[in-house]
Design a protein around this ligand. Structure first.
Ligand code: PEP
Ligand code: MN
Length: 375
């Protein structure tokens, strides 16, 4: 389903100094010197288009540094005046919005912990009504696409058309290499729903460390995201927040230099022809895959009817294990990753169970049907 949001192109409100578009700055504004000195070094790289800094910090535990507060707005104004970099901060309340706008902050963003709460997002949206300021919405902490879209809709509904999303990864129950799992599929799904919405990637909060920043940034660009937001501190070792993931302006410039920029559009007739030919091969194969899926479902229907007539349960765990055990080695031999093969099988299996449940329920009394569908 495509969403009809009224969004202006990114280039209409932010012109990248160089490719890729980079918004950078410390996780938190700590002191006037730290912020202004970092801004100067970032501006000097020639790669940074806007300066970010948190002045109101959402912290998990009370008693931790919760941001320098409103005084930081003055420091941001000074950094902007001296470097020419437009400024960006996180806002989480109507008061933040009012103060930021009064102080001339150029770009606002909604943080991951605010996006999860529709009351908060609506409060921010209401404070933005009638104002022409760019707003970026970070994905919610939990992998819930509707919450992310809902927040974008609320801000857009308040008349904000200079709108972008920030992909900063998602909280995940297992420990992985990342602080926040990228779950790239979520960003791709957002792009599918709102193709004209720019998405900025935030490798810093995805990684939680310095080592993987380049890898994540490259992947984001390869997925055609429109820019990067990255944390940079004049001396990360003494940063008051997110010390492990911040890099010096010089290290940031180095990461950016190593990125490969690829074109979303194919240039040159030869390349276009080759790509068109390969795509037509893919189209043919996809048609065959769908045809085979259709045939598979017809057999599933026969199995469903047979089970119903003979009073056999829909799910037989042994059978599912047998399918996995047989198919995964075969998939590996075909150079398909086991994760992909398992996901695909799970998808087919759950659709087959859905179909068989439908068959089992056919002809049941209305009341029983009700019960089943609400179980
Ligand atoms: C931040 O950008 O400093 C921040 C707090 O990020 P997030 O909302 O993604 O956790
Ligand atoms: Mn941070």
């Amino acid at each position: 389903m495509k969403l009809d949001l009224n969004i202006q192109p990114l280039e209409s409100w932010i012109k990248a100094k160089s490719e890729p578009l980079l918004i950078a700055g410390p996780c938190s504004a700590e002191t006037e010197e730290q912020l202004v000195a970092t801004a100067h070094l970032l501006a000097k790289t020639g790669k940074v288009t806007a300066l970010r800094a948190g002045i109101w910090k959402p912290r998990t535990r009370p008693g931790e540094f919760e941001g320098i507060g409103s005084i930081g707005l003055k420091w941001l104004s000074r950094a902007k005046e001296e470097t020419g970099l437009p400024t960006a901060i996180e806002v989480a309340t109507a008061k933040h919005v009012e103060e930021a706008l009064k102080s001339g902050v150029d770009i606002l963003w909604v943080g991951a912990r605010s996006t999860v709460n529709p009351f908060t997002v609506q409060e921010i949206a209401d404070a933005l009504r009638g104002v022409d300021v760019p707003v970026m919405v970070k994905n919610p902490v939990n992998p819930d696409l509707s919450l992310w879209i809902g927040a974008l809709e609320r801000i857009n509904g308040a008349g904000i058309t200079k709108l972008a999303a920030i992909h900063r990864g998602f909280s995940y129950h297992e420990k992985t290499a990342f602080r926040n799992e990228p779950m790239w599929d979520m960003a791709i799904a957002l792009k599918t729903h709102v193709p004209h919405l720019p998405i900025i990637n935030d490798p810093s909060h995805i990684c939680g460390n310095r080592e993987l920043l380049g890898y994540v940034a490259q992947k984001a660009l390869d997925l055609d995201m429109q820019g990067l937001m990255m944390e940079s501190h004049i001396d990360p070792s003494v940063a008051w927040t997110d010390a492990k993931q911040q890099v010096t302006p010089a290290a940031l410039a180095d990461i950016i230099d190593r990125l490969t920029l690829r074109q979303p559009e194919v240039k040159g007739a030869d390349l276009k022809d080759k790509l068109a030919e390969l795509r037509s091969q893919i189209d043919k194969i996809d048609d065959i895959v769908f045809q085979k899926m259709g045939e598979r479902m017809q057999i599933v229907e026969k199995i469903g009817n047979y089970k119903k007539e003979n009073g056999i349960t829909i799910l037989q765990v042994n059978r599912w294990e047998e399918i996995l055990n047989r198919r995964i080695p075969y998939a590996k031999a075909l150079k398909l990753s086991p994760e992909f093969a398992e996901k695909l099988l799970e998808l087919m299996h759950s659709e087959s169970i859905r179909k068989q449940t439908e068959i089992m329920n056919e002809g049941q009394s209305g009341q029983a049907q009700e019960k089943l569908t609400h179980a």
